[in-house]
Design a protein around this ligand. Structure first.
Ligand code: GDP
Length: 615
């Protein structure tokens, strides 16, 4: 049954059937599902006031709107569901331990250190690392791979391990949270005893509580004069963290990261809290699964990813897929740079052998064959692209669209972001996309990645008039020359803040200038002469400011503007042509073709000055 939906469009209306579409689907995808012509769907959407092309990615609301119009129940499949279905199609599942309860074995807790800036998070992580009881001789090269494991001796004389996520700047942590990757079992909240609870202390606390992660409080800097560890306990009570010694459930440990005191007790408190509040077990006898914590491109070794095994055992030679990257584990290194053959649950290792760089927070899993890893990665890459397109589409109604066309196109700054580690690329992108310049200009990131700026980046930038942002990376070989030839703007930064500032300035520069009028002077007409050579000449007395040749002018008579858009075509003092005449002097003014000047008129001169936009 073909019923006209609107003039010239014939689409079969649905009867409330469910149409499942992936997030970021296009009208072509939609048309496929309901056996219609994409062009017809484009027309229907125009009728609904939305301008989109057939192949453009559409946001969820628009998909549902269109579905509603055609009487289909559109179900937008979330990326998570889609991914689950993708894995299911290979008989895989992420996130659950295989087997029975009896297959589960105790695993070390995974700990994140959070707190206000300068309260000693970094120092504490260093102090903890150096207390490692199994860390053999001093001087062993410690590597910052994004996480490390320490062994500690409990007061019962049992050696137990704890894994620490050790990410400077917390960029990866933020990225991981944004992706919903929950790797942290316990949070250590660092509060400096001489400074007390601060805004970021509360922020960190809220994040941990929202994620349901138990907290151990490290009251740091107790060595300092003015340290008041009791005050910290009191302050945190207000936020629901009541110290054990006051009948609460939270363990507070006084430490000095600087002097290395209290560290053992802190580690023990972590273990006690884990034992009391959590059931930390995993099945080590299955294919490994976990999360990529940090990844970068290494000049010599290629993509290097630090992964945290959450269940199973990871082995050299395994085929893995991590986010949209895949490969075979060529070698594994522990946090001291030693090669390891196997990695058990809660163990962080650096993995070599991936073909590209995964994102911080991406899940990874071992699959049976290279082929499966590649296919899953490629499907994810395609989905990622679509989602990005959908996210970046400027949603505009037809009216807005036409209006902006009339005004002369909405200005858009297109960027390509390359960086040294995925955490910083993501952090930078997030920060840049948050710059709000209102509706007049927008920012779009068309590509981003980890590694040097290469030929492809420049070609893409040239084709889409994009600017390349390099964060802690340089162009490969001859790429800088190519960029210069193609006229591609490449900018390098090593501080995120600087990049943000410059991009913001660029966006501001794209705003159309706002001009304001600045009055330059006024002159009263005292006499009017007619000259055969120059036409009408007004003999004036400059009353304020100055008259300037070629300046803009208007003529005022009895307080009303009688002529605007004039210009001072000629300016004379006595017989001489001059460029300006100041207040208090007489002059002859010629207003070009404009002849209707009378005695007592006022000539007002002004200029248009570009007004700086309010930052
Ligand atoms: P973060 O910003 O939380 O990572 O803080 P840092 O670890 O960088 O420490 C900030 C400052 O506090 C540094 O100058 C440290 O040396 C100092 N600091 C950290 N822990 C202690 C401590 O226990 N005692 C004293 N006196 N200073 C500390």
């Amino acid at each position: 049954m073909q019923a006209p939906i609107m003039d010239g469009v014939r689409i079969k209306r649905g009867q409330g059937e469910v149409v499942r579409l992936p997030r970021g689907a296009s009208l072509t995808d939609f048309a496929d599902k309901i056996d219609a012509m994409p062009a017809d769907l484009v027309k229907v959407l125009i009728g609904l006031g939305e301008m989109v092309t057939a192949t453009q990615s559409i946001d969820d609301d628009t998909l549902r709107l269109l579905g509603g119009e055609l009487n289909y129940a559109v179900e937008v499949v979330s990326p998570e569901d889609e991914d689950r279905e993708l894995l299911e199609s290979y008989n895989l599942e992420f996130g659950e331990d295989e087997g029975e309860d009896a297959d589960l074995e105790i695993r070390p807790p995974v700990v994140t250190v959070m707190g206000h800036v300068d309260h000693g998070k970094t120092k504490l992580l260093d102090a903890i690392r150096s207390t490692n009881v199994v860390s053999d001789e001093a001087g062993g090269i410690t590597q910052h791979i994004g996480a490390y494991q320490v062994a500690t001796m409990t007061s019962e004389g049992v050696e137990r391990k704890i894994t620490f996520i050790d990410t400077p700047g917390h960029e990866a942590f933020t990225a991981m949270r944004a992706r919903g990757a929950q790797v942290t079992d316990i949070s250590i909240l660092v509060v400096a005893a001489d400074d007390g609870v601060k805004p970021q202390t509360i922020e960190a606390l809220n994040h941990a509580q929202a994620a349901g992660v138990p907290i151990v409080v490290a009251v740091n800097k107790v060595d300092k004069e003015g340290a008041d560890p009791m005050k910290v306990r009191g302050q945190l009570t207000e936020y629901g963290l009541v110290a054990e010694e006051f009948g609460g459930e939270t363990m507070f440990v006084d430490v000095s990261a600087k002097q290395g005191t209290g560290i053992e007790s802190l580690l023990e408190a972590v273990l006690l809290t884990a034992d009391a509040a959590l059931d930390l077990r995993a099945n080590p006898h299955q294919d490994a699964q976990g999360v990529a914590i940090e990844a970068h491109l290494d000049r010599g070794r290629g993509p290097v990813a630090t992964v945290l095994v959450q269940r199973g055992t990871l082995r050299a030679g395994d085929s893995i897929v991590a986010g949209d990257a895949f490969g075979r584990v060529r070698a594994m290194l522990d946090d001291e740079g030693n090669p390891v053959e196997v990695a058990l649950p809660s163990m962080p290792v650096q993995v070599l052998g991936l073909t590209s760089v995964p994102g911080a927070g991406d899940s990874f899993m071992v699959v049976a064959e290279d082929r499966v890893a590649r296919q899953i990665a490629q499907t994810r890459q395609a989905r990622e692209r679509n989602a990005l397109l959908a996210k970046n589409r400027v949603k505009r109604s037809l009216e807005d669209f036409l209006e902006s066309l009339e005004k002369g196109e909405v200005a858009e700054l297109t960027l390509i972001i390359k960086g040294d580690v995925s955490g910083s690329v993501e952090a930078l992108e997030d920060a840049l996309l948050k710059i709000d310049m209102g509706d007049e200009v927008s920012l779009r990131v068309i590509h981003r990645g980890v590694g040097a700026i290469n030929k492809n980046d420049v070609t893409l930038a040239s084709a889409s008039k994009a600017v390349i942002i390099g964060f802690n990376v340089r162009p490969e070989g001859k790429v800088a020359e190519l960029a210069a030839e193609e006229g591609v703007d490449v900018r390098f930064y090593s501080v995120i803040y600087n990049a943000i500032e410059e991009v913001e300035a660029a966006l501001r520069g794209m705003l159309k200038p706002i001009y304001e009028e600045v009055q330059l002077g006024t002159a009263e007409v005292r006499e009017v002469f007619k000259s055969s050579k120059f036409g009408t000449i007004a003999g004036c007395l400059v009353q304020s400011g100055e008259m300037r040749r070629n300046g803009k002018a208007r003529l005022i008579r009895d307080g009303a503007v009688v002529a605007d858009n004039l210009s001072i075509a000629g300016l004379r003092r006595f017989k001489d042509d001059v460029t300006e005449v100041r207040e208090g002097f007489e002059c002859g003014v010629n207003l070009g073709n404009y002849q209707d000047v009378k005695v007592d008129d006022v000539i007002e001169t002004f200029e248009l000055r570009e007004k700086p936009r309010k930052p």
